[in-house]
Every structure is written in C-alpha cells, then in structure tokens.
Design a protein around this ligand. Structure first.
Ligand code: GLC
Length: 515
C-alpha cells in the first residue's frame, strides 16, 4: 500500500567549509536544519453508494459522477471517491480496476473481508470496496440486510484510510447509506491518529430515505457503544440520517430552497426537529449537470443534432419521434413529455387528475418511465384510450429518453417534492421548455416566463393543485403558438448555465472553512 507522504521535508544545510562542518558535527546546532514547508494539496474523499458511469439508479449517481471531476479540474483539491463494488457494475470497468490489497473490516462482532480496488478517471481516483457477500446482488438496494451492508461499507471507507495511509481533510458523505461513516468518525474513531483532522460533510439528496433500524442493532450490527444511542435515537428507532446530521461538521442539501423546505414537516418526513436544531450548519448548493453529456450538438442518440444558434435539427427530432411513436407528424401541435420514475412524489397524482382534460386540447403527450404498478397501469390505460394523442413507454431507456428530450416541446415535472432534480435542466439543454412546480431545485433552476420574466426558461406553478398545473400547462401550450416568443424561450433555456462550475466553487469554499 502507499507510503505516507510527508507534508514537511527537512534538508540539512550544506557546510560552507570543512572547519564549520567539524564544529557543526560537534554541537549540532538547531539552525543547521532548514525546514521547507511543502504545501500538500488538500484532499476530499467522497463516500457514496453509486456513481456514473460505473453504477447508477438515480440522480445521486449523476452528482457523484460529475461533481468530483469538476472539483478536480479546479486543481485545488486531490479528489477521490469510494464506492461499493457491485456485482452489476459495468463489465467494461470491472476488468480495468487495479487491485490494491485486502483487509478485514469489523461489523460489530463480525470480521468481514474487504478487497480494495482503484480506477483513475478524469483526474479523480475512484476506490471500490469489494465484498461479494454484501454487494454481488441483482439490485443495489432493497435487501433485508441493507443496514448491515452499508454499515460494512461506511466502516470500510474509514478503514481504507488507515490502510492507504491517506487521511483526507474532508470526508464528504452522501445520503443515509453513508451516514454511519460520519457517525463512526465522530465516535469510535474520534481522536485516533490520522482521523482527528478529518472533517465530515454530509449531503442530503433526499430526506425521505433515512435508514431507520431497531435499537437492538446499535451494538450488535452497527458496532456502536450504548452511549452513542442518543445520537441516533429518533422516534423510537435508530435513524442513521439523523445521526449524520447531528455528527457532521456541515450539512448540505442539493438546493437552497430544499434546505429551507426540510425545516417544514411537509418536506422533512419526520426529521424537521433535528433539521431545525442544526440550521446553523445547514446550507443548500444547487446541483449542476454534465453539460458535455447532455448536449444536443453531440448527443449520438438524436435523430438530428442542433444547437442554440441553429435549432433546425429539433424539428427533425420531433417529426421522427412522432413517427416512431405512431403519433400524427404535426409540427404545429406541442409534444408534452414526462420522463420520470413513476412514483407519487414526482407529482403524478396531479397528472392523473387532469390528464384526460389536457388531452381534450390539441396536444400530444408522451410518458417514459418505470415505477409503481398503480401509475404504470394508469398511464398504459390512458395511452390505449387516446392512441394518436398519448403514448406510454414503461421503461428506463437512455436512448429513448434522449430522443424524447430532443423531440418534445414541453417537459412536465410537477414534483410534490424535488430536492434538486436534473431532468428539468436536461430538458432545457435540449430546448424543451419545462413546466414545473415551484419546489426545491425546480424553484432554483427554472425562472418562470409566466411570472412576466423576460429571462424565463420555463413555466412554474406554486400549489400542489391539479388545475393550477393545468392552467399553467395551457399557458405554455398557448405560448408555443407564438413562434417568436417560443424560440426566444428555447434559446434562453438552452443557454442557461447548468454547469457544475458555480456549485463546485461553493463546495470548495465550504471545504476551505476547515483549512
Ligand atoms: C435525489 C433527489 C433529486 C436530486 C438527486 C441528486 O435523487 O430526489 O431531486 O436531483 O438526488 O442530488
């Protein structure tokens, strides 16, 4: 394993002449030692459960796949990421990992094997924690022993520091799966050599998923002594996210609006008390997107490429999409798209309440996504009854999503709660105008044209109310009829800066607080 790199180099001064050298040898004065402080690059280790392009189930993977790269490009931090090595990870990457070694990780009284691999990509070192018993499964989450699996991973991230002799200045943990890394650092690792200088930042990507377990697991599974229980105890159980909020040096969420919203019981899923008790160390930093990945000029999945300067290719994308989906090929009718996980908090109850009313208008609606059977069934049912106006595709499909982002005119995202949301930004990049509910990251990334904002890049409504949404969709449909205004809106949307530059700088400033 890597040898410890010293931050301070010492050089013995060369004697000017032999006589001096002799004297020096006798007295060994301290002045003869010249100390040169070689500034070590500060370092941040991301601890997370998924990252693009290795393994992804949602927006978290986009963030962990792109924020570290952006930070590394800025050049001020040595940026590394540690992830579980899942059995379902892309083969192409698996075969290119470098084996670093193995060690044992305590999971309470158990001693578990941990292999460590690495892979360098875009200036970032990715570490992979291998244990087939925990991670060689069909899916990433949803197993009866998720608590144990991520306790192992969280502890392995800390043990890896010792093994690598690499103690980052900042350990940046994401969501409940890595909450225990923060708790371990501040309890059983507190004051241990190397760890005492590591600062912990915890980012909440979605407060809905907290990692709740029975109290009997404290010592037996999480390996924490009884006196740590108050840190995790919440509502009669152990709440890992609560523990991380309590223990972290700083807590962030993925938009400023969401950082405020989670003080409120409607958004906090029970954690409002603990959020309110920690507001002095809470901030919101809006996610960016990988603008190179989502670029209609280069996206190879599109029927035709285009840019903000020349959007003519978008008409080709629309016509081809309509053709592919057996919808009438009409340029004058707006195509309204939903690309989403089909789950309740995405605001699909609003859509369900007024979809048929919307379909009474001269519009086409395309739905792409997978999720709860209840919504899948409903959207399939409507598509069957409105063939020629509505299409539902139950799938998670990158190729198709690019074709829909580029071929649609309006992108509907009426989330009940949306910590940040990436789809509205992606839609903008493809010149597809978002209609969003003003919540979380949707409020922070979309400037509503319907508020009379000339700089608008979309439309927004406030309340979780189906007819308020329908009213604003109709406003967008009406505006679509005005080609001049619409093409201005498209240009504004396509040129809105959704890059990571601003956010990466904000994260860096946060890390720098601990210099
Ligand atoms: C979660 C949130 C989503 C956010 C993503 C990345 O999936 O639900 O709003 O964009 O994390 O931070």
């Amino acid at each position: 394993m890597a040898k410890k790199k010293s931050t301070v180099q010492t050089q013995t001064a060369q004697p000017a002449e032999k006589k001096t050298a002799k004297r020096t040898a006798k007295k060994k004065p301290a002045e003869d030692k010249v100390t040169v402080n070689v500034e070590r690059k500060r370092s941040v280790l991301f601890v997370a459960s998924e990252a693009n392009p290795f393994i992804a189930t949602g927006g978290l993977a986009d963030v962990i796949g792109s924020l570290p790269v952006s930070l590394a490009e800025r050049g001020n931090y040595d940026v590394r990421v540690i992830l579980p090595l899942y059995g379902t990870m892309e083969e192409g990457y698996k075969t290119h990992l470098t084996y670093l070694g193995n060690f044992n990780v305590p999971v309470a009284w158990r001693n578990q094997y941990c292999g460590l691999f690495s892979y360098k990509k875009n200036g970032v070192t990715f570490y992979f924690v291998d244990n087939e018993y925990y991670f060689k499964r069909d899916t990433l989450y949803g197993h009866y022993d998720d608590g144990e699996r991520f306790a192992f991973f969280s502890r392995a991230a800390l043990e890896a520091m010792r093994v690598l002799d690499y103690y980052p200045d900042i350990m940046h943990c994401h969501d409940w799966q890595t909450a225990l890394s923060v708790v371990y650092l501040k309890t059983i690792y507190a004051g241990l050599y190397g760890y005492e200088k590591v600062r912990a930042i915890f980012t909440i990507h979605n407060i809905e998923y907290q990692g709740k377990y029975g109290k009997e697991l404290l010592e037996d599974l999480f390996g924490l002594p009884g006196n740590v229980e108050p840190l995790l105890d919440y509502d009669g159980c152990l709440n890992l996210m609560k523990g991380a909020i309590q223990c972290a040096d700083y807590v962030t969420t993925v938009s400023r609006t969401y950082a405020n919203e989670i003080k409120d019981p409607f958004f906090a899923h029970g954690l409002q008390y603990i959020v309110n008790a920690n507001t002095e160390k809470l901030t919101g930093i809006l996610n960016g997107i990988d603008q190179k990945l989502y670029d209609p000029q280069t996206d190879t999945h599109l029927f035709a490429n285009y840019s903000a300067k020349d959007t003519s290719g978008k008409a080709v994308c629309k016509a081809q999409l309509q053709k592919m989906l057996n919808l009438p090929e009409r340029a004058d009718v707006p195509v309204i798209a939903i690309i989403s996980r089909l789950v309740s908090h995405k605001g699909l109850d609003l859509v369900k309440a007024v979809l048929e009313e919307l379909l009474a208008e001269d519009v086409q609606v395309v739905i792409l996504g997978k999720g709860e059977a209840y919504y899948e069934g409903y959207f399939n049912y409507v598509a069957e009854n409105y063939s020629g106006k509505c299409k539902t595709i139950i799938a998670y499909n990158k190729d198709l999503s690019s074709k829909i982002y580029s071929g649609a005119d309006i992108f509907l995202m009426p989330s009940k709660q949306e910590p940040c949301g990436l789809s509205q930004m992606i839609a903008c990049r493809y010149g597809t105008i978002p209609v969003v509910r003003r919540t979380g990251g949707l409020a922070d990334s979309i400037t509503p044209y319907n508020d009379g904002r000339v700089s608008g890049n979309g439309f927004a409504f406030n309340n979780y109310n189906a007819h308020e949404m329908l009213y604003v969709i109709k406003d967008a449909v009406y505006t679509f009829g005005n080609k001049k205004v619409w093409s201005e809106l498209m240009k504004t949307a396509m040129t809105t800066d959704f890059s990571w530059n601003v956010s990466a700088e904000q994260y860096e400033k946060l890390y720098d607080l601990y210099k």
